[in-house]
Write a protein that binds this ligand. Structure first.
Ligand code: PEP
Length: 269
């Protein structure tokens, strides 16, 4: 039995006043939630504000990124110990918006791909053990571009990303990993992947996991769906056997809609 997760990725939204207001409203409504892990991932500037707003609730705190070194001359980066000191329990790794196109040799900045910050399978693979070694639960994102889907490469792309992300990890470490299938074409576009198709791809991811770390661990790992999840489509997604929750952008920025998603996830399994 896998406990569902509903994680809100606030991306680069909310100053501290807005973060307090949003987190406090969610905490008011769902602070005593059971049957679902709820995670708020505000921007780093608002982590401690949100921590204060969710104090003494069942809601967890997550960061949107991590760097693998613990300290040093890495301008703009945040380490595991720093995230821990802000109260984080989770960290998103390899979100498609952080994966890299910008600055690669053969491609110009392509905002329509929304892939701008240079993460690669290799950097994701270095960030993962950094999170785990500090006791942070990593939420690792994988997903295909629209062009890759159109060329029939979806399964190959997501399997490759999962295998690359987990390279070198022990099965006992993978047990703590949370994966999120986020087709890039569905993120922030309003275009949701059909629930049955999301379930199928997540099944492919679980089969890949089974090859890498064995079936027992693969059955325990939570795999979320992300990409335009909203109150109208969440039930159809959550009733799928392989989908263990959601990683949500837009709909997590309104307390009312995010609370509806939490309720659906908690009621689902
Ligand atoms: C996300 O931020 O991971 C995401 C899936 O965004 P949205 O829900 O807005 O598509």
């Amino acid at each position: 039995m896998r406990t569902p997760i509903m994680a809100g990725n606030w991306k680069m939204n909310c100053d501290n006043d807005e973060a307090w207001e949003l987190a406090a409203a969610i905490a008011d409504e769902k602070g005593d939630v059971e049957g679902c892990e709820v995670v708020l991932c505000p921007p780093a500037t608002a982590l401690t504000t949100v921590l204060a707003a969710i104090e003494d609730t069942n809601i967890g705190l997550g960061a949107q990124n991590i760097f693998w070194e613990e300290s040093g001359a890495y301008t703009g980066e945040l380490s595991g110990p720093m995230l821990l000191s802000c109260g984080c329990q989770y960290v998103i790794i390899g979100h498609s918006e952080r994966r890299g196109r910008f600055g690669s040799a053969d491609e110009d900045f392509t905002p329509e791909l929304q892939q701008v910050f240079g993460d690669t399978d290799a950097s994701v693979n270095r960030k993962l053990p950094a999170a785990l070694s500090h006791g942070l639960l990593p939420i690792v994102c994988v997903g295909e571009l629209l062009s890759e889907r159109q060329e029939g490469q979806t399964d190959e792309v997501v399997s490759g990303q999962v295998t690359a992300a987990l390279t070198g990890l022990e099965a006992s470490e993978v047990d703590w990993v949370i994966l999120a299938y986020e087709p890039v074409w569905a993120i922030g576009t309003g275009e949701v992947c059909e629930a049955e198709e999301a379930n199928r791809v997540i099944g492919v991811i679980r089969a890949t996991l089974a090859e890498v770390v064995g079936g027992e661990v693969a059955e325990r790992v939570r795999i979320l769906y992300g990409g335009s999840v909203n109150p109208a489509n969440v039930e159809g997604l959550m009733e799928q056997s392989e989908i263990d929750g959601g990683l949500v952008g837009g709909a997590s920025l309104q307390a009312e809609s995010f609370c509806e998603l939490i309720a659906a996830a908690a009621a689902s399994k």
